[in-house]
Design a protein around this ligand. Structure first.
Ligand SMILES: [Ca+2]
Ligand SMILES: [Ca+2]
Ligand SMILES: [Ca+2]
Length: 418
């Protein structure tokens, strides 16, 4: 198994900063009503749809600020691209900032998808919001939550949840949560893509036609796709998923696996568990590069190993006996839940086979915090030396997270703390 490259989000930060850099004279547009009024922004009143129309007519990169609450789209008319009905059509670059997922919510009431980013070079950036209940049989193409073609979608600290992509008529049924097509860039960080449904391919997301995908510190869970690839369908240029959890995605079809890759994708420090097998499938061998990742399930094809991976049970991913661990031992991962950080994760038990492993020199070592933001490496099992754990979580020895409500680290408590 060749070692081809380090498990790093290459050049990502610089790229993101460039994308989000605001040129001079950009406007801040404050949304102050939660309905779907559409008769123009005024000083007294501006809906999200009205604010996007202002940004679409602006030559500079504007920012729209959402209040807390649920913006409910109500203007009937799916498949329209002028931002007057159905989905919210973004034709000039804009950042939309909410108060946080679950606090600022954009709900499309299944009248159409939620957001449509259109045009070469157009960036739609979403920060701190829930994007939900998008998708309609008449929406045209896929992407129930977000559809980006040619342009860029940046998704930071968002939940993309409960969106659908139905199949029939003019709608492809692909990309229940998100669809990125035709040279698009899909960038996802500190976000959850959860419980989205595609009647065709790509329950969580569908990325194709030379598009690229970057996922960091995010969780893709409980998505469904009828034809296959319930987590991610990727037929793109380059794909990277790092420090992330892919869990419980399901399909009745085995043809595409839970993650399907045609092209090239790297998964580093990820936890893959509870997905319909094959968990990863590709159009050709060696399309997928794995580093420091837990594959709790099966692969459909051999990949390239950077080392430090664990496959259990079995030996289907083409991993290296020298640099990886293939075992039949259960990884003893806890339930998916909020155990620190912004997204749900599976914590291994302190006695899990994935914690505090020593691999030969040359296997990628810990270089950045885990999905939750916990610095790596940490002592996870009560040993003398901090050692990297495999997967998205670095367990801290003595960490007490008995359930999702008890978040804290005993490192800051007294030794007498219960
Ligand atoms: Ca549209
Ligand atoms: Ca529209
Ligand atoms: Ca450790």
């Amino acid at each position: 198994m060749a070692k081809s490259r380090a498990v790093e989000p290459s050049g990502c930060i610089v790229f993101l900063l460039l994308l989000l850099a605001s040129p001079v004279s950009a406007m801040n547009l404050y949304v102050d009503r939660l309905d779907d009024e559409y008769n123009g922004c005024s000083m007294e009143s501006c809906s999200l749809r009205e604010a996007i129309t202002v940004a679409n007519g602006s030559d500079v990169y504007d920012t729209i600020i959402l209040p807390a609450g649920t913006v409910e789209l109500s203007r009937v008319g799916a498949g329209e691209d002028g931002n007057s009905t159905g989905d919210l059509d973004i034709t000039r670059s804009v950042t939309i900032v909410g108060k946080g997922p679950g606090v600022s919510i954009v709900d499309a009431n299944y009248l159409d998808r939620v957001f449509h980013i259109m045009g070469s070079g157009v960036v739609g950036a979403f920060e701190g919001m829930t994007i939900t209940r998008g998708g309609n049989l008449a929406m045209g193409d896929g992407g129930g939550g977000i559809y980006v073609s040619h342009g860029t979608a940046v998704i930071l600290r968002c939940d993309v949840v409960d969106n659908v992509s139905p199949l029939g008529g003019i709608t492809s049924g692909c990309g229940g949560g998100i669809q990125a097509r035709t040279g698009a860039v899909l960038w996802i960080e500190d976000s959850s893509v959860r419980s989205n449904v595609a009647d065709n391919l790509g329950g969580g997301m569908f990325v194709n036609n030379e598009s690229s995908l970057h996922v960091l510190r995010s969780t893709i869970s409980q998505n469904h796709a009828s034809v296959g690839a319930p987590a991610v369908y990727f037929q793109g240029d380059t794909g990277q998923i790092n420090d992330s959890t892919i869990s419980g995605n399901f399909t009745g079809s085995l043809d595409y696996g839970s993650i399907f890759v045609s092209g090239s994708m790297t998964l580093g420090f990820c936890t893959l568990t509870g997905n319909t097998d094959p968990t990863i499938k590709s159009s050709a061998a060696n399309s997928v590069t794995l580093g420091r990742t837990i594959i709790h399930g099966q692969c459909g094809d051999s990949g390239i190993s950077l080392g430090g991976n664990i496959e259990t049970p079995g030996n289907t991913c083409g991993l290296s006996p020298l640099n990886d661990l293939m075992t039949s031992v259960d990884p003893d991962l806890g339930p998916l839940g909020l155990f620190g950080g912004l997204t749900e994760t599976h914590r291994p038990s302190p006695t899990s086979v994935v914690v505090d492993l020593i691999f030969p020199p040359g296997v990628p070592d810990c270089t950045r915090p885990d999905q939750r933001g916990v610095p790596r490496p940490a002592d996870s099992s009560g040993g003398a030396t901090p050692l990297c754990d495999v997967g998205a979580v670095e367990l801290i020895h003595g960490e007490i997270f008995l359930d999702g409500f008890e978040c804290g680290y005993t490192g800051s408590w007294s030794s007498e703390a219960p």
